[in-house]
Design a protein around this ligand. Structure first.
Ligand code: PLP
Length: 381
């Protein structure tokens, strides 16, 4: 695997976007959550072959495409598709938007656990539903869920839905079986539908492992659906569809009839090719990639200056950095980072709980991580 040269991180390096978001351009681009390394050569070769066919009309999706996902899940995470319904969805955001629409009414509450992925809140607000915050709690090393707060939030009569991020972007928690089972029990007791976004499932760093919500929730009676797909793991967000998985026949039927009503059914020819190749042939690339991400975590642990702390990354290729010792407010931290020469995602993008933190993508060549440490160390205090 070639980690020596960064892949062209087009959106992250775009000067107009950098100027708009960070006030200047030419910054070291470690903000968008995508791999900035050479992607799987098997997938690239398969897409080249597909391009060479010279025919790009309507494409059917062979059953083997979904089959490739389930063989992968069984091999890597011992998760099987017994009694589960798997549907194709153009994006995670689409799945969430459709299920919110189907399982809640305007004005109902949707629980989020900030700091959390930026798209969730707008999906709730644009649907005319209200966000119910159950903020994560930072302990000595990592974040935990506030399960008492969750019980209270779920018990509120207008709370109908929750979005759980497993593993959690941006704080890098791979939730354990007991925590997930507790969320399932609380949601079941309060009739809250649980959407579990598991798009980072394959990005768990040793010695941690991914626990599928479906497995932890067995026997709880919770109504749930989970999102999956190769878009983050293999850097395929520009081509591939995603999956929606559930054991709930009604949720699957409602999702499928909405997809059909809105005609969300076009299959991208490259997406179909890349999806199956990722899951059938991408294992060795992913192993090397995860090893490289773990090396980058170690480089950060060893090299960060004493006044910047790393929140223990158990999963994702995102490092959640704690700048609170610098004593800067939100705009001051933003200017400090830009003046240091770095484009990181400021923590408050993920909710007010993220103030004083920033998220750094560490799916990058080691030279980029070393450069980031150097810039952070030399920036004036
Ligand atoms: C937790 C999480 N969910 C969803 C997405 C994106 O999904 P989509 O673009 O398919 O809506 C991301 C992208 O970074 C993410 O981190």
């Amino acid at each position: 695997m070639d980690l020596s040269s960064p892949a062209t991180a087009m959106l992250a390096t775009d000067p107009d976007r950098q100027r708009r978001l960070f006030g200047s351009d030419g910054l070291l681009p470690l903000w968008i959550a995508e791999p900035y390394v050479q992607l799987s050569p098997e997938i690239q070769a398969r897409m080249r072959d597909r391009a060479d066919l010279g025919w790009y009309g309507y494409e059917t999706r062979p059953k083997s495409v979904i089959g490739s996902f389930w063989s992968w899940m069984q091999d890597r995470h011992s998760w099987r598709d017994d009694s589960l319904v798997t549907s194709v969805s153009p994006s995670i955001g689409t799945s969430i938007a459709v299920l919110i629409e189907q399982f809640t009414e305007p004005g109902d509450g949707v629980i989020l656990q900030p700091p959390v992925f930026t798209d969730f809140k707008p999906l709730v607000v644009r649907a005319g539903r209200s966000v119910v915050r159950n903020s994560l709690v930072l302990g000595d090393e990592h974040y935990d869920m506030d399960l008492e707060g969750l019980e209270e939030a779920a018990a509120h009569p207008t709370t109908r839905f929750m979005i759980l991020c497993n593993p959690h972007n941006p704080v890098g928690r791979a939730w354990g079986r007991e925590e997930l089972a507790a969320v399932a029990t609380i949601s079941a007791a309060n009739d809250v539908f649980l959407l579990v976004d598991e798009i980072h499932a394959d990005l768990v760093l040793a010695p941690h492992s991914f626990v599928p919500f479906a497995v932890a929730a067995e026997g709880s009676g919770v109504r749930w659906a989970a999102t999956h797909g190769p878009i983050k793991t293999f850097g395929l967000a520009g081509v591939c569809d995603t999956l929606l998985i559930t054991d709930d026949e009604e949720a699957a039927d409602r999702f499928r009839s909405e997809s059909s009503r809105l005609h969300l059914t076009r299959n991208n020819v490259f997406g179909v090719a890349a999806f199956e190749t990722a899951y059938r042939e991408g294992g060795p690339w992913l192993d090397a990639f995860l090893a490289a991400v773990s090396d980058n975590v170690q480089t950060l642990r060893d090299g960060l200056p004493n006044d910047i702390a790393l929140v223990d990354p158990q999963a994702t290729y995102l490092a959640w950095l704690d700048f609170r010792q610098l004593g800067l407010d939100v705009p001051e931290l933003a200017s400090w980072l830009a003046e240091a020469g770095l484009a990181l995602s400021p923590g408050h993008w993920f909710g007010r709980e993220g103030a004083g933190f920033a998220r750094m993508t560490i799916a990058a060549p080691p030279e980029m991580i070393a450069r980031a440490i150097d810039l952070l160390t030399k920036a004036p205090r």
